[in-house]
Design a protein around this ligand. Structure first.
Ligand SMILES: C[S@@+](CC[C@H](N)C(=O)[O-])C[C@H]1O[C@@H](n2cnc3c(N)ncnc32)[C@H](O)[C@@H]1O
Length: 263
């Protein structure tokens, strides 16, 4: 099981859903109940709570480590459950949603089938295409190193990190109709004034800690991956130097696909 720390989820969701136009076709304001599958620490659950009008929102995840935080911080019920076999009966929720869940499933089709089964009205999936992420940085080698690492990740992962563009056909195959797609670009920006998570991210880069967390998902022999880790440490050290002079700027654009299907 791929684990996601709260810190990682907070950092990687930064800048997400400042603009919510791409969620319009989900018609969250009309929903009476919403299930957020793979809710993690509740980054998307919070958006669902804010966008629905007094709907009952429920979070569900098979990783128990975040669930009590979601319950306490958002005041929503949470249920421990596996997306491949959801612990709910057919049509229990009006809308069933997920964000960055299907890219983590070996059989995303089963996840979509389950979401369609427990929804009575619509299914909303927000999934990235991690093959088209774009990185710009004031550290000269960082965009190229990010590209090289991404290639290894795409080849080594046992799930499909580029799934976003295939989600519409998964929804159609699950028998959902009127499937609509909106592309949404998340911009993750690091620039002065830095906050604590910027400083931590750069420190983890320089120490090789952030690379260690992704290494198991990468294709390559030990020597190749060691060399990639060393390159990241070097980039991290340069980023730390620029950060101390308030010169470090990094912009990462992640394309997400908001896919909505009706029962
Ligand atoms: C990348 S995180 C996304 C979390 C949250 N939806 C967000 O957008 O911030 C993926 C989440 O899916 C959960 N997950 C992965 N496989 C799952 C499964 N089979 N059943 C339930 N949850 C799962 C993970 O535990 C994790 O919390």
């Amino acid at each position: 099981m791929r684990g996601f720390s709260s810190d990682y989820l907070r950092r990687t969701r930064r800048g997400m859903w400042g603009d919510r136009e791409a969620l319009e076709l989900a018609r969250l304001g009309d929903a009476e109940s919403v299930l957020d599958v793979g809710c993690g620490n509740g980054e998307f659950t919070r958006v669902l709570v804010e966008e629905t009008d007094e709907a009952d929102v429920v979070g569900c995840d098979f990783d128990l480590s975040h669930l009590s935080d979601v319950r306490e911080s958002l005041g929503v019920p949470v249920v421990a459950g596996d997306a491949r076999s959801l612990p709910f009966s057919d049509a229990s929720f009006g809308t069933v949603a997920c964000q960055a869940l299907l890219v983590n499933l070996r059989e995303p089709r089963h996840g979509v089938d389950e979401m369609a089964r427990v929804a009575s009205d619509r299914v909303v999936c927000v999934e990235p295409d991690n093959s088209s992420v774009c990185v710009e940085s004031t550290v000269a080698g960082e965009p190229e190193l990010a590209r090289r690492s991404r290639r290894r990740y795409l080849e080594g992962s046992d799930t499909d990190p580029a799934l976003g563009t295939d989600v519409p056909s998964l929804l159609r195959d699950a028998g959902l109709r009127d499937v609509s797609v909106t592309r949404y670009e998340q911009e993750l920006v690091t620039e002065p004034p830095y906050d604590e998570s910027d400083v931590t991210a750069v420190r983890r880069k320089a120490s090789g800690e952030s690379f260690r967390g992704r290494r198991d998902d990468m294709e390559g022999d030990e020597e190749t991956l060691d060399s990639l880790r060393d390159d990241w440490r070097e980039i991290g050290r340069e980023a730390a130097l620029q950060l101390s002079g308030k010169e470090y700027v990094r912009r990462e654009t992640v394309p997400f696909y908001v896919v909505v299907g009706k029962k």
